[in-house]
Ligand binder design. Structure first.
Ligand code: TYD
Ligand code: MG
Length: 468
């Protein structure tokens, strides 16, 4: 493909320009011109020099048919051999699908995918394309992971056309591209990692995955802001987007699905980084509870839900006298905007003011809790810190707090409570609407305290004994 067949296309209005300009000459938008390949049907462009037949279902101009007559072929998914990853994927890897795995540098993307290929190599053809590390470096990692003997095919390459040739020759069932930002195509003049290159390479690899039935695992870099580097469109092109998160200072790593065409999102995979790679964690609740000898002020255990799995997370709060006129509100792992709102509710509906206090809240273990059901635990932790009084031993809580000071129910309350009971919690403050009917006061031996309003919850704290 000659370089002359590219143009700069505005991503807002679609206007074309022969060279790059800061401002689109058609619509006046800034920074929207992206180098794009022009001419020819994009679907006819094949990856690599080797020509490949496109299956009828993907062929251009497939005729109109009745939806009912389309055979609903069940998507066969192949377990990746790593249970926690399969949980996030919704069963396993689907042939012809494209999975994008994003995450901070050093979090373990390459390690995980090499482990996956190491497992799969026992019964299927796999290819690892490394654009960031030399073959020797990958070999060294494989040795560390105890995968020296695994039948993983390896290629240190960044040129898309050559990768395409290798894919055609090797015909792997699963292929890892580490990373998509390092790959470039000769068809475009822009540098590897640029928006145009990432988009074009991902599009061609996706097309290859669909036509050859290869499951493509793409590693994506994450910018400082935490978004996947490169165009947002990358997330639209692929079938599944996974994010690796967690504190690089601790050994725990979480994988979350942001998008999944073959399963649910919101499932969480939990791993520990060990000397010999990533290991699935069977009982993740234990990680997110810090081990205090005695109960400490400012800490409340939240029974949250990650996907289908209940999880106990310790929420910590610290309220301290503010030195500056405008007090600071800071949250780690929780929504900062929600914290300001909760403090307002605490003031208006429970008469507890934090106007002269800096307030910090943190979800222990580097986990991110997005659900509103965390509200009650956050407020209980803040109150505990303000009063400098620890919450009763063995207490867990959950519930959304509304602007009117009401405690709203959270989904799947019983499962949260069972998880807490399993881990030895003896009492729980819960939304009244989540309480089991027929005046049941306990669940699995755990004492329940249903509350309707935030002031009621705080009053309850005062009345509860510090220990059982
Ligand atoms: P890596 O997979 O290279 O991260 P990414 O591809 O996301 O940038 O992970 C590298 C980190 O993991 C590095 O800090 C070393 C650590 N590590 C272990 O602790 N144990 C291991 O067995 C391996 C292979 C890596
Ligand atoms: Mg890497």
């Amino acid at each position: 493909m000659a370089r002359s067949s590219t143009a700069f296309v505005c991503s807002d209005c679609g206007g074309q320009s022969a060279q790059w300009l800061g401002k689109c000459p058609h619509c006046g938008a800034w920074n929207t011109l992206v180098e794009t390949r022009t001419g020819g049907d994009p679907r006819s462009a094949t990856l690599g020099r080797a020509q490949r037949a496109v299956p009828a279902a993907l062929a251009p101009g497939s005729s109109v048919q009745d939806l009912a007559s389309v055979p609903a072929a069940a998507q066969q998914s192949m377990p990746s051999g790593i249970g926690e990853l399969d949980r996030v994927l919704g069963g396993g890897l689907v042939a012809g699908s494209v999975v994008l795995l994003g995450g901070d540098p050093g979090i373990g993307k390459s390690t995980l995918l090499l482990q996956v290929l190491g497992q799969l190599a026992a019964h299927t053809q796999v290819l690892y394309v490394s654009g960031e590390e030399s073959a020797a470096q990958v070999g060294l990692r494989a040795q560390r992971l105890g995968l020296r003997q695994a039948a993983v095919r390896l290629m240190a390459e960044i040129q898309l056309e050559r990768i395409g040739d290798a894919l055609a020759a090797e015909r792997p069932a699963v292929c890892v591209i580490d990373s998509i930002q390092t790959v470039y195509t000769e068809a475009l003049a822009s540098a590897p990692g640029s928006v145009a290159q990432v988009r074009e390479c991902a599009a061609q690899l996706t097309r290859h995955a669909k036509s050859a039935g290869t499951c493509m695992l793409l590693v994506g870099h994450v910018t400082k802001e935490g978004a996947l580097a490169g165009p947002r469109v990358l997330e639209h092109m692929v079938d599944t987007v996974l994010y690796f998160e967690g504190d690089t200072h601790s050994s725990f790593r979480l994988i979350r699905a942001i998008k999944n065409r073959f399963g649910g999102v919101g499932e969480l995979g939990v791993f520990a980084m060990t000397e010999r790679g990533l290991k699935g964690v069977a009982n993740p609740s234990a990680i997110f509870l810090s081990q205090h000898g005695a109960p400490v002020p400012g800490s409340c255990v939240l029974a949250t839900l990650e996907g289908s799995r209940p999880l106990l997370v310790e929420i910590q709060a610290l309220a301290d006298h503010a030195a500056a006129p405008s007090p600071r509100r800071l949250s780690v792992g929780l929504d900062p905007a929600r914290l300001a709102m909760l403090l307002a509710v605490l003031h208006r509906h429970a008469g507890v003011s934090c106007a002269d206090q800096d307030v910090f809240v943190n979800a222990v273990g580097g986990v991110r809790v997005a659900e509103p059901a965390a509200d009650l635990a956050v407020l209980l932790a803040i109150q505990s810190s303000l009063r400098n009084r620890a919450l009763p031993r063995g207490l867990a809580a959950f519930g959304e707090v509304g602007l009117a000071g009401e405690i709203r129910p959270a989904p799947r309350g019983q499962e949260r409570l069972r998880e807490a009971a399993k881990l030895g919690f003896s009492r729980a403050i819960i939304p009244a609407a989540n309480a089991p009917r027929q005046h049941v006061q306990t669940i699995d031996g755990m004492q329940l305290h249903p509350v309707q309003r935030i002031d009621q919850a705080l009053d309850l704290l005062r009345d509860l004994p510090e220990t059982d």
